[in-house]
Design a protein around this ligand. Structure first.
Ligand code: 5GP
Length: 219
């Protein structure tokens, strides 16, 4: 057990906003930041590995583990027919060891998790303009028009909830957004272990509304 317990960092944002790239870059740059691997009932996609991308578990196991309180939060993510959840066992031991643990979860999961960890650092990644999501989803070329329309509907709902997050970062450009997120973490007291040096991330010249703390977590 460390003297200083770690912190929970939650990153959310609509599909197509570029969260996954940002998170990958963040984890590569900051060695003291550790990811939490979620559990899900959805089947793995090509290239996804069990225990790395997700813990892929069947619905009956998910329900059993949910009933005995193994999840910090879990929900049937809106617009998908599958369950997703954060396991207490993924998070609690790492926090106790002084790590900063990052969750990439949806808005509903974040709000229910805040009941237990109100001090979590919540970051919402949003697009610079609404068309950005459509362009990214089209660019992926993996979605049918129907699926794309569903994702955009979900995105609209999520953007509505962005004000519930403590920090908001606009992802117009990956480098700038990454610097903004590092700036948020530094402002929350994050120190990277690499070389024992504190990471200093001065927010770059971005518009003043790019990362704006919102006053409180709404209930
Ligand atoms: P995908 O199936 O594309 O990997 O993820 C779909 C959605 O599930 C994403 O919006 C992601 O944020 C959310 N998600 C992934 N893991 C969790 C989790 O543990 N809890 C919750 N609430 N949402 C999750």
């Amino acid at each position: 057990m460390e003297d200083r317990p770690g912190k929970l960092v939650v990153i959310s944002g609509p599909s197509g906003v570029g969260k996954t790239t940002l998170l990958r870059r963040l984890l590569a740059d900051l060695s003291s930041l550790v990811p939490s691997v979620s559990a899900t009932t959805r089947p793995p996609r090509t290239g996804e590995r069990d225990g790395v991308d997700y813990h892929f578990i069947p619905l009956d196991e998910f329900e059993r583990r949910r009933a005995v309180g193994e999840f910090l939060e879990c929900c049937q993510v809106y617009g998908r027919q599958h369950w997703y959840g954060t396991l207490v066992a993924e998070v609690a031991p790492r926090l106790a060891a002084g790590k900063w643990v990052v969750l990439e979860i949806d808005v509903e999961g974040t709000l229910s998790m805040l009941g237990r960890y109100p001090q979590a650092i919540t970051i919402f990644v949003e697009p610079a303009h609404p068309d950005q999501l459509l362009e990214r989803l089209k660019g992926r070329g993996t979605e049918s028009p129907d699926a794309m329309a569903r994702r955009l509907e979900v995105a609209r709902r999520e953007l509505h909830e962005a004000h519930r997050y403590k920090h908001r970062v606009v992802n117009e450009n990956v480098e700038t957004a990454l610097a903004e997120i590092k700036g948020v973490l530094a402002s929350e007291g994050f120190e990277d272990a690499a070389g024992g040096e504190r990471q200093r991330h001065t927010p770059t010249a971005t518009p003043p509304n790019v990362s704006r703390p919102t006053p409180t977590h709404a209930p």
